[in-house]
Design a protein around this ligand. Structure first.
Ligand SMILES: [Ca+2]
Ligand SMILES: [Ca+2]
Ligand SMILES: [Ca+2]
Ligand SMILES: [Ca+2]
Length: 215
C-alpha cells in the first residue's frame, strides 16, 4: 500500500514537472501569412496598415482591422486540438468602468473563427467566411472584447485548423480592433498522453481526496 502511494505521487510529480517545463518553453507560433486589405479605406494611419505588426507583442505596432472588416491569419500548417491561441489588442488609455469588456473610449471587439483549409485566392472580399472555402465551414471560437485583450486574451481551438479569422464587431465606427499580436501554441502530444493516462489511473483517487478534504 505504501508502494502504491509512493508511485502515484511520483507520477503526479513527473506530470506536474513536465507540464510546467513544457509550459515554460511553450513556443508561441506567429502567422506565416496575413490576409488583410483596407478595401473600404477606413484605416487612415499607414503605420496601422502593416500586417507584420502582429508578429511582436508589446512593441507599439499593431494592425487595425477596420470597422466591421476582417483579417485572416495563416499559421502555415495544420494544428491539432487542443491548441491555445492568444490575441493582444492595443487601445490607448483603455478603461472598462462600465464592465462590458470593451474600452469605454473605444468599444472594439472581434469574433474569432478557425478553419483547416481555406482558398486564399477565391474568397469574397467583403466576407472571408463565405465563398472560397475549399473544405468544411469556418467554425466560431469566441468573441474578444478589446478591454479584455489589453494584456492578452487566451482561447482554445478544439478542432483541427490552419487559419484563424478575426472579424471586427466594434461599436465605434473608426479603424476597428487593433491587433498587436496573435499566436497559437499547441499542447505537446506527449503531455496529452501523460495527462490522459494519469487522469485514467488516478483521477478517481484525486476526486475522492479532494471531496474528503473540502467536506
Ligand atoms: Ca477597412
Ligand atoms: Ca483599439
Ligand atoms: Ca482601432
Ligand atoms: Ca505588435
Amino acid at each position: 500500500m505504501k508502494m502504491t502511494g509512493y508511485l502515484s505521487a511520483t507520477v503526479v510529480g513527473l506530470a506536474l514537472a513536465f507540464g510546467v517545463s513544457s509550459g515554460a518553453q511553450a513556443a508561441w507560433i506567429t502567422p506565416t501569412t496575413v490576409y488583410w486589405a483596407d478595401t473600404d479605406n477606413d484605416v487612415n494611419d499607414p503605420s496601422r496598415e502593416d500586417p507584420s505588426n502582429v508578429d511582436v507583442a508589446g512593441d507599439g505596432k499593431f494592425l487595425s482591422i477596420g470597422y466591421h472588416d476582417w483579417a485572416v491569419f495563416d499559421f502555415g500548417r495544420e494544428f491539432v486540438p487542443t491548441t491555445d491561441g492568444v490575441v493582444i489588442e492595443t487601445t490607448y488609455t483603455c478603461n472598462d468602468t462600465n464592465g462590458d469588456g470593451r474600452c469605454n473610449n473605444w468599444p472594439e471587439s472581434v469574433d474569432v473563427y478557425a478553419i483547416a483549409d481555406w482558398d486564399s485566392t477565391g474568397f469574397d472580399d467583403t466576407d472571408p467566411l463565405t465563398g472560397g472555402t475549399t473544405g468544411a465551414d469556418w467554425f466560431f471560437i469566441t468573441d474578444i472584447p478589446n478591454a479584455d485583450a489589453q494584456g492578452g486574451a487566451m482561447f482554445s481551438v478544439t478542432e483541427p485548423f490552419r487559419f484563424l479569422a478575426l472579424v471586427d464587431t466594434s461599436d465605434k465606427q473608426q479603424d476597428g480592433f487593433d491587433v498587436d499580436y496573435i499566436a497559437v501554441a499547441p499542447l505537446p502530444a506527449a503531455a496529452w498522453f501523460l495527462l490522459t493516462a494519469i487522469g485514467g489511473l488516478f483521477g478517481g483517487r484525486w476526486l475522492k481526496g479532494r471531496k474528503g478534504a473540502t467536506a
